[in-house]
Design a protein around this ligand. Structure first.
Ligand code: M6R
Length: 610
């Protein structure tokens, strides 16, 4: 979602702030801005273009300073316009700006606060919920910024991470978090704030993860943290080595393309050098947990939710444990019947998705204490909040559309399936050896599917002229159809829906005409003959079928049926392989339509608001 960077130093910090914004830009890119303390006054530059444009503006306007904050925005309240871009100032009414503030999250009681502040003379320049925080802090300011922030945060309902500084205290930045991530980066006689340690890579690797309710006072040689109860606390300093190599595009046109082609490596790394299946791959004590559960509850959003849906097929069929998969944002608000013997599994690339974190806390609040996360960020809130974890090794994913994160999640979930089966006596040594062999061969198998790219590009040119598409799958490939449709709509803006193929005749078949492309996932599995009948139903209505068929399915191309052959059938792991062509189809269709593939409109990489 939005990104925050802040700094107090004895050198010009604008390059650090801008570098940090560039690293966070993929998370939200509706607008960006930077504010610095410069010769006794607050100065800022804001832009509705990309950070590179902001950088030119900063240079043109000779903006520099030793203390400052910066922000990249994903709009919630107010359009993506300059006047809504952060940093927001307060105090102009009294002559010159006194408070500068950036914010991630949503303030739920902003209307009430706005009315209150207007009544005492504050004039609002923006439609944002953020501006109320700036004015509230200014209103409460009595010479000590930290105290003003402490008082102000007591009045805020909702989720926030903020960074704020004051004209009258030139070497101080105050940060606070509640429900949105914020880290401190420690330096020598300089200190930093960021919504993600990635922003500070190359500046410092000494990172403190603030906890909910923390307020931090950042000065040149001091970092002072006060917790939710107002007590001074020490938080552990972690040495975090962040690999920024992901920022290099290499020979690829977009990060998404690069990340699609990284999948053999990412899946291989996620498997590590696993010699045998053991529950302890998921953390100490996993065996005892896995042995004593009645069922699983998987909580996730978006692509991660589809990974969970796929895992349900695996877990129920191999480990024979019942699984519920729920969209996190729905689960957290519905009345459900908890069972303390449930293993709650969250799946998240970022580990910071607000809805998934809140759903996890909700489940724990209902007495379900066995928690496990499949996550791509070892230092994320999700990993810290769960008892057990498995870290996928996708590496940093920059493209907003999830690709390598998804296939590595599936890989980890398959390992989880085997570990659950083993703990419950449902995995023989032979089966274990066979499944491990198939897993180890995955990187090569994915590589062979990637070689289909030229054929898929030819299809993409035709797709680019369409405005609607249907995706069909059956069984464990139905979630893959959902993922394929999400990829296509997310980056090409073509309206796409996915259905279990058997469901088509119950309604969606009415949409099928010669103008409707119908993408079909056709693995050689027990449902193939049923699927072929469903394809005939489409064909008979003039629909144009685009089929990804396993080599030995005997589905041939004919008028209105286009077939790309997958190199090999891959048994239970087939959903992982069938994901790859759908990613490539979405990617090349988006390229043909000329959209901003890595930063699709209205979206953000990490969704840290609910
Ligand atoms: O970081 P998470 O995995 O928790 O994110 C969940 C979704 O926001 C994410 O998968 C989203 O659907 C992707 N952009 C889809 O490509």
């Amino acid at each position: 979602m939005c990104g925050i960077v802040g700094a107090v130093a004895q050198r010009d910090i604008t390059p650090i702030l801008l570098q940090g914004l560039k690293r966070l830009e993929y998370r939200g890119y509706d607008s960006c801005g930077v504010a610095v303390h410069s010769d006794g006054e607050l100065r800022r530059a804001r832009s509705t273009q990309r950070v590179a444009e902001l950088e030119s503006q900063v240079q043109r306007e000779h903006l520099s300073g030793f203390t400052g904050i910066a922000h990249t925005r994903w709009a919630t309240h107010g359009a993506p316009a300059t006047h809504n871009a952060h940093p927001h100032f307060s105090g102009q009414g009294k002559g010159v700006a006194r408070i500068a503030l950036v914010h991630n999250g949503i303030i739920e009681n902003y209307e009430e606060l706005r009315t209150e502040l207007q009544a005492v003379g504050y004039v609002f320049e923006s439609q944002t919920d953020t501006e109320v925080i700036a004015h509230l802090i200014d209103h409460l300011y009595g010479g000590d910024l930290f105290e003003a922030v402490q008082q102000a945060t007591r009045r805020l309902n909702g989720a926030y991470a903020i960074a704020v500084f004051c004209r009258d205290e030139p070497h101080r930045v105050v940060g606070a978090r509640h429900g949105s991530p914020l880290v401190v980066g420690r330096g020598k006689n300089e200190n930093f704030l960021a919504s993600d340690a990635l922003a500070l890579a190359g500046t410092t690797d000494q990172i403190i993860y603030l906890e909910d309710g923390d307020i931090v006072d950042l000065q040149l040689a001091r970092v002072w943290i006060v917790d939710v109860d107002g007590h001074s606390v020490e938080r552990e300093v972690h040495t975090v080595h962040i690999h920024t190599g992901a920022a290099e595009l290499g020979p690829y046109r977009h990060y998404m393309q690069k990340e699609i082609f990284e999948q053999p490596r990412a899946v291989g790394d996620t498997l590590q050098a696993i010699e045998s299946i053991t529950p302890e791959l998921f953390g100490d004590g996993a065996y005892k947990v896995f042995k004593n559960i009645d069922n699983l509850l998987i909580l996730a959003c978006g692509t991660s939710y589809y990974a969970g849906l796929t895992a349900r097929y695996w877990i129920e069929s191999i480990a024979k444990i019942p699984v519920n998969v729920e969209i996190a944002s729905e689960y957290r608000y519905r009345d459900s019947v908890p069972n303390p013997r449930t293993l709650v599994v969250t799946i998240s690339q970022s580990g910071e998705t607000a809805d998934t974190l809140a759903a996890l806390k909700h489940a724990r609040g209902l007495g379900m204490e066995n928690t496990l996360t499949i996550c791509n960020v070892a230092t994320s809130a999700m990993v810290r909040e769960c008892k057990l974890s498995y870290i996928t090794r996708a590496g940093v994913e920059i493209g907003v559309a999830s690709t390598k994160a998804f296939t590595t999640q599936l890989t980890a979930l398959f390992l989880l399936t085997l570990a659950l089966a083993q703990a419950n006596g449902r995995l023989s040594d032979e089966e274990e050896a066979e499944q491990l062999k198939a897993l180890r061969h995955l990187p090569v198998a994915i590589g062979a599917v990637l070689a289909l790219e030229p054929q898929i590009m030819a299809w993409a040119d035709r797709f680019a002229t369409k405005e609607n598409a249907l995706f069909l799958g059956r069984g464990m490939h139905y979630p893959i159809a959902l993922e394929g449709a999400l990829k296509l709509k997310e980056i090409s803006y073509i309206h796409a829906e996915a259905y279990p193929a058997g469901e088509l005749k119950h309604g969606p078949l009415a949409l099928v005409t010669e103008h409707m492309p119908v993408v079909t996932i056709a693995p050689r599995d027990g449902l193939l003959e049923k699927l072929k009948s469903n394809m005939q139903e489409v064909h008979a209505r003039g629909g144009e079928l685009y089929v990804f068929a396993d080599a030995d399915t005997k589905i041939g191309s004919s008028d209105g049926i286009h077939v790309i052959r997958m190199p090999e059938h891959y048994g239970k792991l087939s959903p992982i392989l069938h994901t790859i062509p759908l990613q490539l189809l979405a990617y090349h269709t988006a390229c043909a339509r000329g959209t901003d593939v890595d930063k699709p409109r209205n979206l953000a990489k990490s969704v840290t608001v609910e």
